[in-house]
Design a protein around this ligand. Structure first.
Ligand SMILES: Cc1cc2nc3c(=O)[nH]c(=O)nc-3n(C[C@H](O)[C@H](O)[C@H](O)COP(=O)(O)O)c2cc1C
Length: 186
């Protein structure tokens, strides 16, 4: 059985619709360990040893986060800064995560169309993710899939719709599960 580690970069799951629902849909998935950074590190003091150990024990790593300013929230940036150290994730002996199967699970408030040249979000999302995934690529992790869902805004005052977000979250979780299951055939 594969050991699957999901790093949740949501800054406050108690106020989340999408990420919380996705995690609820994944609960009970065999072999899955969820490390919710907001719960583990409300003070941003990352336990580097524990995080590196969890990463090394995993066969598959999932990075799940809500898109904030076209990247991950600050708690996940702090996590990468603290955990992806010299001779762990890069450097002459920094091959500890090399080749590890990795999946991105990302929720976005904006429309997909807004992520294009000349539109509100300027570039296609992949261009932002190329930059955001610098540590993952430097560590030579193997990103094998990205599960991305747009229009996950539950805030009515901003034109959002909570019912729609819950439905999109369930289908996002189903796609993520399918992606994990397809790994057995890789
Ligand atoms: C500070 C902040 C910045 C955000 N920036 C973006 C963004 O750049 N692009 C986007 O599509 N959505 C953006 N959003 C919307 C979130 O991605 C969306 O609310 C989130 O994915 C919903 O997940 P949740 O219900 O788990 O919080 C932003 C939201 C916040 C609070």
């Amino acid at each position: 059985m594969s050991r699957i580690l999901l790093i949740s970069g949501h800054p406050d799951l108690s106020s989340s619709f999408a990420n919380k629902t996705i995690l609820e849909n994944l609960s009970g998935f065999s072999g899955l360990e969820v490390r919710a950074l907001d719960t583990l590190y409300p003070d941003f003091h990352i336990d580097v040893e524990a995080e590196q150990h969890a990463l090394m024990c995993a066969d598959v790593v999932i990075f799940q986060f809500p898109l904030y300013w076209s990247t991950y929230p600050a708690i996940m940036k702090q996590w990468f800064d603290a955990v992806y150290t010299f001779n762990f994730a890069f450097g002459p002996e920094g091959d500890k995560l090399k080749g590890k199967k990795t999946i991105l699970s990302i929720t976005c408030g904006a429309t997909e169309d807004s992520y294009s040249e000349g539109e509100f979000n300027f570039f296609v999302l992949d261009r932002y993710l190329d930059a955001a995934m610098h540590p993952v690529k430097a560590a030579q992790m193997n990103i094998i899939d990205s599960v991305v869902t747009f229009e996950m805004n539950a805030v009515e005052a901003e034109g959002g719709n909570a019912e729609q977000v819950l439905a999109l979250s369930a289908s996002h979780a189903a796609r993520l599960i399918k992606s994990i299951q397809s790994l057995n055939s890789i």
